[in-house]
Design a protein around this ligand. Structure first.
Ligand SMILES: Cc1cc2nc3c(=O)[nH]c(=O)nc-3n(C[C@H](O)[C@H](O)[C@H](O)COP(=O)(O)OP(=O)(O)OC[C@H]3O[C@@H](n4cnc5c(N)ncnc54)[C@H](O)[C@@H]3O)c2cc1C
Length: 452
């Protein structure tokens, strides 16, 4: 079979892309390839399960728009398909005076991003929502919620198959060669000819660009986020979602409390360098992955920029007492004995050679290919909006010809657009297009955009 579009990656972004393509053009022949035995095996299936609202992002940016639109689309999808979710609301709590101006900044962003029903809370009002939380002030975000992202992915997979798309699990993409009219995608399960390729490879996003014979702008550096679970008898300490105010000195957030949609409360995630791209614990070491990270100058520049944060994160990962102390800022009654080891997720963080993290959703285009390079949080919440954007671009690159019933897609002879002007300027060899363009942002904005 000669496919019109092959999507690589069975995480939520790849699935949403395939789903949106088929919804827009049901006659497309779509193939989705996933190397694991199940969908949502990596970031999507190991995240906090939070439906973000768009509170943190630069007003007017595509990331903010995707989060706001994506949340509504995800809620509608969950309602339509009976997927477990709940808009339980969240509070973002300032526990020190220094955090109050930043809380105010979040308030302004939330207003500018059009979030409805935001409320400023006094210490007494914090207690009405979360009786065991403590803080000087807080923002209540009623839109936010929790969801079962693996169930969203299973449903997307079902809809793709029902619409005539094919999903092949246990199929690792190894190489992609330009061929007449498109590409040959070489995999562990054979070769697949296709007109267009979209890669949504998460922790392997940069490698997929190389597998297509191009040079990626950034390297994926894996940062593990570890969680604790609160013991059953102490779960009354947290009712909904309790988040700290992001600290502008650090590129990762402080740990927070998350109620899970199927029961239980998680505390985390922290952020430590993973020794394998799919390294869910300290003992998971992949020498190729580790060597690539350690020989990457960007990582060393990053570590030099944030030495105290990196040291602190390692200490906190190794010391339950340290982890507990950071949780006690939000919920003073929590004790180390209340916590048992939980799961972990690994963030695919695109890092530039200068040591800067790419904040925005970011993708790169070549003729007949679109590579999603950076889809950090809130990309799970925003997946349906991101998928719709990618689908729109792919369809402009494919030419539709023929009458109904004998429609054919072929690769448009037009070259991809030149690189968009924005904050990323490092020697692109292929056209780069960013979902979110904005002027070089303030440091604080970079941090806020990492929010989980
Ligand atoms: C700890 C943590 C907490 C988070 N919390 C939230 C949250 O609460 N809310 C939120 O909105 N976002 C959250 N995020 C972010 C969110 O999970 C990601 O933005 C989103 O899941 C990215 O989806 P994806 O499809 O791009 O990547 P992934 O889910 O990682 O999927 C990529 C897929 O590509 C496959 N693949 C890679 N290479 C190949 C290959 N060569 N051949 C075939 N298949 C391949 C992989 O196996 C994988 O299944 C969190 C992330 C982490 C790590």
């Amino acid at each position: 079979m000669n496919y019109d579009v092959t999507v690589v990656g069975g995480g939520i972004v790849g699935l949403a892309t395939a789903h949106r393509l088929l919804a827009a053009q049901p006659q497309l022949k779509i193939l989705l390839l996933e190397k694991e035995a199940k969908l949502a095996a990596h970031q999507t299936g190991n995240n906090s399960g939070v439906l973000h609202s768009g509170l943190y992002y630069q007003p007017g940016s595509e990331k903010a728009k995707c989060a706001v639109q994506g949340l509504q689309q995800m809620l509608a999808f969950c309602r339509a398909h009976g997927i477990a979710h709940e808009q339980c609301g969240k509070i973002v709590v300032a526990t020190e005076a220094a955090e109050l101006p930043r809380l105010e900044n979040l308030w302004e962003r939330g207003q500018a991003n059009g979030l409805q029903g935001l409320r400023k809370l006094t210490p007494a009002q914090i207690k009405e929502i979360e009786p065991h939380a403590a803080g000087l002030a807080a923002i209540h975000v009623p839109q936010e919620g929790i969801v079962d992202y693996p169930a969203v992915c299973e449903k997307l997979g079902e809809l793709i198959r029902q619409a005539g798309g094919e999903i092949k699990l246990n199929t690792r993409v190894e190489k992609m060669h330009p061929a007449a009219g498109g590409w040959t995608v070489e995999t562990s399960a054979g070769d697949f000819p296709t007109k267009f390729v979209v890669t949504c490879g998460g922790l392997h996003a940069d490698r997929l660009v190389r597998a297509a014979g191009q040079t990626p702008l950034a390297k994926i550096v894996p940062f593990r986020g570890e969680y604790f679970q609160i013991k059953k008898e102490r779960r009354q300490l947290v009712r909904h979602l309790i988040y700290p105010v992001p600290d502008p000195k650090f590129p990762f957030l402080g740990v927070h409390f998350t109620r899970l949609v199927h029961g239980g409360i998680e505390a985390g995630p922290n952020a430590v360098l993973a020794f394998a791209r799919e390294g869910y614990q300290w003992t998971d070491v992949n020498l190729r992955d580790l060597a690539e990270s350690l020989f990457y100058p960007g990582l060393w520049k990053f570590l030099v920029k944030y030495p105290s944060m990196c040291g602190y994160e390692i200490r906190r990962s190794l010391s339950k007492a340290e982890f507990t102390r950071s949780l006690q800022k939000l919920v003073p009654e929590i004790r180390a004995e209340d916590l048992e080891t939980g799961g972990a997720g690994v963030r695919a963080q695109a890092m530039l050679p200068a040591g800067r993290l790419i904040e925005d959703f970011h993708f790169e285009e070549a003729r007949g290919a679109l590579h999603v390079i950076n889809a950090p949080s809130p990309a799970a919440t925003a997946a349906l909006a991101i998928g719709a954007k990618i689908s729109e671009i792919v369809l402009t690159r494919l030419e539709l010809s023929g009458e109904n019933g004998s429609m054919k897609f072929s690769l448009s002879p037009a070259r991809p657009q030149p690189p968009a002007r924005g904050q990323i300027s490092e020697a692109p060899r292929i056209a780069r297009r960013r979902l979110c363009l904005r002027p070089k942002s303030q440091f604080q904005n970079q941090i806020i955009d990492q929010c989980f």
